[in-house]
Design a binder for this molecule. Structure first.
Ligand code: PLP
Length: 378
């Protein structure tokens, strides 16, 4: 197989052809500015409204609760900064040790200007303890920020229970839902989520488009001031990308079977690997895991060496989240799990809707050979 085998869909996904087709007219003929008062602009605005409706439907939200942003990182930072500005007398935030860099780095910044941040610990499976969450709440807590699903392990967190705890204590709850969208049913009402982020490029739309959901009634101060998005996010709308995101969401809403297929393929892959390779460790919470993710290590084999060997066969996996993999530092998620990274250094395999059984068979075959070879080299 000389073609590339892309198994890193938690880093990003291929843009769906249907998404691209939906976008192109807005880069060619329909280039009007949605803020213009004439029909050439207004027509575009109407199309954007339809996307808002689609996304609202996906989240069980209202259209006026959906704000388009440039990416989920912007949505995360906007939500956190809003929470602290709305509660300027409170200086305590609760999050976890396994959040995405856009949350972690914002928390580090807030620490540097005097905020108290509680980073909830995780056990060796990457699970959080709700009792620890409850005990961490103080009079001074203004925000709980916990992700719906982890990008490295695929763990799905008990968002409904967390939302309930936050509501009972009248604390804002922000949920980074980037990895969960399309894979986990999301209902902001039932889950008591106050603000939520999602990203286009994880669901077969392009990079550079995100959404911030803000529950109506929550006071909101923008990060970027301007008139667009009902005065909540300045900047001329990225029309083509919004349309692309709308198409991707429409496809998600129609297609309910992909997740079962992904799970079957992922489970098949893990079984094949375990049947043919000794001393394999799979990280994460087996009972609550995204259907596409496998974080897997082979005793004595270093992930970066394995990655390079796989790349020589045009097979792409990662050693952690794409945003961290440039750094030589070990993954903060696996470090939080107290993983023995010297002995069991994992690769992350994350499947997407374009992966096939043939690709998995080819990958597993190569993996068996490479792991054998690297172990013999020792
Ligand atoms: C859990 C999580 N949150 C946030 C982001 C950031 O998304 P974006 O690339 O749209 O900023 C990512 C991307 O990897 C992610 O995995």
């Amino acid at each position: 197989m000389s073609q590339k085998i892309y198994l890193d869909n938690n880093a990003t996904t291929k843009c769906d052809e249907k998404v691209l087709d939906a976008m192109l007219p807005y880069l060619k003929e329909q280039y009007g500015n949605p803020s213009s008062t004439y029909s050439f602009g207004k027509d575009v605005k109407n199309e954007i409204m339809k996307v808002r409706e689609n996304i609202a439907q996906l989240l069980h939200a209202k259209e006026n609760e959906i704000i388009f942003t440039s990416c989920a990182s912007e949505s995360n930072v906007t939500a956190i900064m809003n929470a602290i500005r709305m509660n300027s007398n409170k200086k305590h935030i609760i999050t976890t040790k396994v959040e995405h860099a856009s949350i972690m780095e914002t928390m580090r910044y807030l620490e540097s200007i005097g905020y108290m941040i509680t980073y909830l610990s995780v056990d060796s499976y990457g699970r959080i303890d709700l009792e620890e969450l409850k005990k961490s709440i103080t009079e001074d807590t203004c925000l709980i920020a916990i992700m719906m699903a982890n990008n490295e392990l695929g763990n799905i967190y008990p968002i409904k229970e967390i939302g309930k705890i936050a509501k009972e204590h009248h604390i804002l709850f922000h949920c980074d839902s980037v990895q969960a969208i399309g894979k986990v049913p999301v209902d902001v009402q039932e889950m008591n989520i106050d603000t939520l982020s999602l990203s286009g490029h994880k669901i077969n739309a392009p990079k550079g488009i995100g959404v911030l959901y803000v529950r109506s009634g929550i006071p909101f101060i923008p990060l970027i001031f301007g008139h667009q998005e009902d005065n909540r996010r300045g900047g001329t709308e990225n029309v083509a990308y919004i349309i692309g995101l709308g198409k991707a969401v429409e496809l998600l809403l129609k297609d309910r079977e992909t997740n079962d297929q992904l799970k079957q393929l992922r489970d098949y892959m893990e079984t094949e690997i375990q049947n043919h390779i000794d001393d394999v460790m799979i990280y994460g919470d087996f009972d609550n895991r995204l259907p596409n993710t496998s974080n897997i290590a082979f005793q004595g084999v270093q992930a970066d060496e394995l990655l390079l060997m796989l790349e020589s066969f045009n097979i792409y996996v990662s050693t952690g989240s794409a945003c961290n993999s440039k750094l030589a530092e070990p993954s903060h998620v696996l470090t939080a799990c107290h993983a023995n990274l010297e002995e069991y250094s994992p690769i992350r395999i994350s499947l997407g809707k374009y992966n096939t059984k043939e690709e998995i068979d080819f990958f597993v075959k190569r993996l068996i050979n490479i792991v054998g070879m690297l172990r013999r080299k020792k």
